[in-house]
Ligand binder design. Structure first.
Ligand SMILES: NC(=O)c1ccc[n+]([C@@H]2O[C@H](COP(=O)([O-])OP(=O)(O)OC[C@H]3O[C@@H](n4cnc5c(N)ncnc54)[C@H](O)[C@@H]3O)[C@@H](O)[C@H]2O)c1
Length: 363
């Protein structure tokens, strides 16, 4: 398979390295409008063919194109890739709004092409392990999901801190808590330096009212924290991505309400504090596994694990968060989860009608 990568700024070189290292990929073409970025890649990856024009990349023989340009360009580039009949990899967040996301999903369906959204963390060993633990029931029912992703971050000119950082955590939440449906969002934030928020707090309410999620993202923190806490009715889990080993810790602790005659007047709380263990986590680079999934999905003609629908679900929450911030933290309800069915390809429909005709003639 031959792959083109447009956008060779901060993140693009990681895509170049991982696509080039994959043994299913026979050719990588890098594309950027800045000669300085092309030179950077030329020095580090001498085998990569380079182009300064996206139009020429589309005219080349690549089967798929990965888009690592600023967020507000994702839609227009992805649409042109699909229109050119090529599969597309889009960096997170998928698009700048949900209408664009729906449009790309529909177009890919009509053309029978694959859309991969780079929710990188879903390919990380730690996140896979968390999903395994949650699905085994070891933690009990999840009642709280908390995420902190803060540091002295790179200010983005086209998006606020929410669109930059929280897509990772929302994608993890949607993946790990697959059976919980987010129904409403409240968010607060502040833009201290220019018109984009640099600090934000987002809360998510679910259909099942016994679960709640909270996210803190911040480009103006003196320390770097990448930590998640999942509280279950049986056990609790902490995921610290800054740890080299022991990224996940499972705590056998919890809270029980004691039943007593006095219960109505005075709640009796009993704390259970038991052992802690840290499960082994596979350390393979997440992006390398993302590339493998993209290639396999195309070869096997199936949806990738992180596809357009997952991208859309994240974008819907980002949109609602922006709306809530603009309305001083008011509750924004999410519409029912949408399933966009790919349009039936014309030839399939005609084939089907032909078959029906033949069958009815035979009767
Ligand atoms: N998956 C992850 O963990 C991860 C991490 C960082 C960034 N990202 C995403 O990657 C994307 C890029 O982020 P970045 O930080 O690398 O941005 P960046 O600004 O550093 O790089 C963008 C590059 O795109 C190029 N570009 C813009 N318009 C172009 C055009 N018309 N033709 C050719 N090249 C063009 C620019 O010259 C620049 O080199 C964003 O969507 C971001 O959210 C993902």
């Amino acid at each position: 398979m031959k792959v083109g990568i447009v956008g060779l700024g901060y993140w693009g070189p990681n895509l170049v390295r991982n696509f080039q290292a994959d043994n299913e990929i026979e050719k990588v073409i890098g594309c950027d409008k800045e000669p300085e970025r092309l030179n950077y890649i030329k020095l580090r990856f001498p085998n990569v063919e380079l182009m300064d024009s996206f139009d020429n990349l589309l005219l080349s023989d690549v089967d798929a194109v990965a888009i690592a340009t600023p967020v507000n360009t994702h839609y227009k580039f992805a649409k042109r890739v699909l229109e050119a009949g090529k599969h597309v990899w889009v960096e997170k967040p998928f698009t700048s709004n949900s209408a664009q996301a729906r449009d790309l999903i529909e177009l890919a369906g009509k053309k029978d092409l694959k859309v991969f959204v780079d929710h990188t963390f879903l390919y990380a060993g730690a996140v896979k392990k968390i999903k395994e633990i949650v699905e085994s029931g070891e933690l009990g029912d999840i009642i709280y999901f908390d995420s902190v992703r803060i540091n002295l971050g790179l200010f983005q000119h086209d998006v606020n801190v929410i669109w930059d950082l929280v897509p990772h955590d929302l994608a993890i939440m949607n993946y790990v808590l697959k059976d919980k449906t987010p129904v409403a969002v409240t968010a607060n934030g502040i833009a201290n330096y220019y018109d984009q928020e640099n600090i934000a707090h987002i809360s998510i309410h679910f259909k099942s009212e016994d679960c709640f999620a909270h996210f803190h993202v911040n480009w103006t923190s003196p320390v770097k924290i990448r930590r998640m806490i999942l509280v279950g009715t049986k056990k609790m889990l902490v995921y610290d991505d800054m740890e080299n080993s022991e990224k996940i810790k499972v705590y056998d602790c919890g809270i029980e309400m004691l039943s007593s005659k006095e219960k109505i007047r005075k709640a009796l709380v009993q704390y259970r504090i038991g052992d802690m263990y840290s499960p082994k986590v596979i350390q393979t680079e997440a992006l390398a596994l993302g590339v493998k999934e993209f290639v396999s999905a195309i070869k096997e003609g199936r949806q990738p694990l992180t596809n357009g629908h997952d991208g859309l679900e994240v974008v819907r929450i980002l949109e609602a968060s922006d709306k809530s911030i603009k309305n001083r933290g008011c509750l924004i309800e999410l519409e029912e989860k949408e399933i966009i069915k790919p349009a039936v390809k014309t030839f399939e429909r005609e084939d089907f009608i032909k078959k029906i005709r033949i069958m009815s003639n035979g009767l």
